[in-house]
Design a protein around this ligand. Structure first.
Ligand code: DAH
Length: 339
């Protein structure tokens, strides 16, 4: 009986291999392995064998059955592939999938959002405003009349054939807009992109980011300003950094200050980012000038406030040790993938 089984198997294998359409294969499968198939018939006879033979032959017959089933699957796969039919049936769901590259937030955005959190926790609103701005909100409302030399330092891009329109040179454009829209008392920060007509180098770009802050209330003093600056820098740099306050001139504050932070890139030794001084100008600030309060339609005797403009891009560079501002807008993945 063993020989009979071997012969049957050889014959089946030969016939299976010859089939070159699926239908033939199915027919052959029925012929040998179906309910009334050749092999099935033999398997049925096993029970009539002598007891000593039964297990051996039974095992052999089952082994052949298994081998034939595997062979059928293989031939079936090949035939399906050849015919290219029903591709979806051929998908092997156990194969690992294609990995899609997932993006992530730009370092500017990461730091901007962290700053927003710090200020939201102190009761500030977060507001956005237009990048294409009127000369009025960018300059005049901020106590910078047309002939003022401060317009030179903040030279920006003007719009051809559209007098009075420019790309905002700072986020301070939001100050009077916010007072007009939300009234007082007011606490708000304005993050955003700003523009300057600059020659670019490691620390200058034509396009960069700032975060402006404005608080208008009664009896606001420099103390409020300093406390807010400290909370901001600590909240974002997560360590106590050395800070230096210098008098600084900005037409929209009186008195005005520059807040410098010791350069974290070179540890105060001097490098291209800190222009070899060991300090990085990070924030311009001061008490809001009465003319700005008036431009917001308020009585400057009743209301006072502080304002600051943080160089968001500078802060990002300091926080992550980036020594060339141009990398931030380069779109270079070798740079961006590090964050
Ligand atoms: N707008 C200024 C600049 O871009 C920065 C600034 C200075 C903002 C002092 C302020 C401020 O709110 O009080 O250089």
């Amino acid at each position: 009986m063993k020989d009979q089984l071997t012969k049957l198997k050889d014959q089946a294998v030969k016939e299976f291999k010859k089939s070159n359409v699926l239908d033939d294969l199915k027919k052959l499968q029925t012929k040998y392995l179906g309910r009334k198939g050749e092999l099935t018939k033999v398997l049925r006879q096993v029970k009539d064998l002598a007891e000593a033979e039964r297990p051996k032959i039974g095992q052999y017959a089952n082994q052949i059955k298994g081998e034939l089933e595997v062979l059928i699957k293989d031939i079936e796969y090949e035939l399906k592939q050849k015919s290219g039919a029903q591709k979806e049936e051929l998908i092997d769901v156990t194969l690992p999938g294609t990995k899609y590259q997932q993006g992530h937030l730009h370092p500017n955005t990461i730091v901007q959002r962290q700053l927003e959190e710090v200020f939201k926790n102190m009761g500030f609103m977060v507001l956005e405003g237009p990048e294409l701005e009127s000369e009025y909100y960018n300059f005049e409302a901020l106590n910078i009349p047309p002939s003022h030399p401060a317009r030179d330092i903040q030279d920006t891009f003007y719009i051809k054939n559209k007098p009075g329109l420019l790309m905002r040179a700072h986020t301070s454009n939001q100050q009077v807009r916010a007072i007009e829209k939300y009234g007082v008392p007011l606490r708000a920060v304005f993050p955003g992109r700003v523009f300057r007509n600059e020659a670019t180098d490691a620390s200058h770009e034509t396009t960069f980011y700032q975060l402006e802050g404005l608080m208008i209330d009664k009896d606001i003093s420099v103390t409020h300003l300093i406390a807010s600056m400290k909370a901001m820098l600590k909240g974002i740099l997560k360590k106590d950094v050395e800070v230096r306050l210098r008098p600084g001139y900005f037409p929209f504050v009186e008195p005005g200050f520059e807040v410098d932070v010791s350069c974290l890139i070179c540890g105060g030794q001097g490098c291209s980012v800190c222009k070899q001084t060991g300090w990085v100008e990070m924030v311009g600030s001061g008490l809001v000038h009465p003319n700005v309060i008036k431009a917001g339609g308020l009585d400057s005797k009743e209301w006072s406030g502080f304002a600051f403009g943080l160089g968001l891009t500078r802060l990002v560079m300091l926080k992550y040790g980036i020594d060339d501002i141009r990398l931030l807008q380069s779109g270079d993945l070798r740079f961006l993938n590090q964050f």
